[in-house]
Ligand binder design. Structure first.
Ligand SMILES: [Zn+2]
Length: 318
């Protein structure tokens, strides 16, 4: 976070990148990133429909007209990343929305996403978390093949397919500025876990496409682009990349092993949850994180729940 300046909902970084708090669940959990080059702008991930005021506020803060936003880049169609894309597109008259070929139909016709999220969260919590999800006209979508590029001002952004977290996931590589927007592919690193500026990383193994080996290959592919910074949706810039990539892959395999160990247990879901919280606690101890169990539960319980559901789906698919 060297040099990062936070004001209100936004934090400024190098290379024209701003992280905007999506106000999803709690502060510092999910970001949308605004990228500005030569007066043109792009959003990377959108938060939910309820995040829209923060995103438009960030444009106003930088004196950017909504008509000067060229791109809404949704790394994948999970709702904390793309739930707000439809509402945002209505506010941006000239933007196109880039979405992975396997995710495109869900942004045009979001009923399946809505039903999926309601199944996980229940209708009441769903409404509180996501608001109303607005569809996007098909002719405003750009559906990139692996390695497709888009132009923003003077810069070229490369969209590479990165399965493992979700089959409908791509990452955005900016080779000139040696940075990547990784969505969920490079895991989660909440700034709450930073200890003396050292970053902590954990995988996100959300339902329904988690695939440990594919995810590790995708992490290797990101590192083969030689980034200096990776911007995570959860949350913003990390820089200690060789260490984090190694730990990310070890931890993906550790979660997969945890799943295999408990795959036949009658009380599988509970054992997985307890095992994962204990595993994460051990890593946090090694990291020197001072927070007690109450604080750890506050920061991790939602991820542990989603991760365990995703591991169970993976075990059932195998
Ligand atoms: Zn996701």
């Amino acid at each position: 976070m060297t040099g990062a300046l936070t004001t209100g909902k936004t934090t400024g970084f190098r290379a024209g990148v701003t992280a905007i708090d999506a106000d999803y669940v709690r502060p510092g959990l999910a970001a949308s990133h605004l990228v500005v080059d030569s007066g043109r702008a792009a959003f990377v991930d959108t938060g939910t429909t309820l995040s829209l005021p923060n995103l438009l506020g960030a444009l106003a803060e930088q004196d950017i007209d909504p008509a000067d936003v060229d791109w809404v880049l949704t790394t994948h169609v999970h709702l904390d990343h793309a739930g707000g894309a439809g509402a945002l597109m209505r506010a941006l008259p000239n933007a196109r929305c880039a979405v992975h070929p396997r995710g495109a139909r869900h942004l045009v016709e979001p009923s399946k996403l809505i039903a999926g999220a309601m199944a996980v969260y229940g209708e009441e919590r769903y409404r509180t978390l996501y608001g109303d999800i607005v569809p996007i006209d098909e002719d405003r979508l750009f559906v990139p093949v692996d390695g497709a590029t888009v132009t923003l001002g003077t810069r070229v952004l490369e969209l590479i397919h990165t399965p493992g977290h979700a089959l409908h996931h791509y990452c955005i590589v900016d080779r000139d500025h040696e940075l990547i927007f990784s969505g969920d592919t490079f895991g989660i690193s909440y700034r709450d876990f930073d200890v003396d500026g050292r970053e902590f990383i954990l995988p996100t193994t959300t339902p329904v496409h988690f695939d440990p080996d594919a995810l590790c290959r995708s992490v290797d592919r990101l590192m083969s682009c030689h980034p200096r910074s990776i911007f995570l949706t959860h949350y913003a810039e990390v820089r200690d990349l060789p260490r984090l990539a190694r730990q990310m892959k070890e931890r993906v395999q550790a979660f997969a092993d945890l799943g295999r160990r408990h795959s036949g247990d009658p009380d599988r879901a509970n054992r997985l949850r307890q095992g994962m919280f204990t595993q994460l606690g051990g890593w946090l101890d090694e990291h020197g994180f001072p927070g007690d169990d109450t604080r750890r539960h506050y920061l991790l319980d939602d991820d542990v729940e989603l991760n365990c559901q995703g591991i169970e789906v993976w075990l059932d698919r195998k």
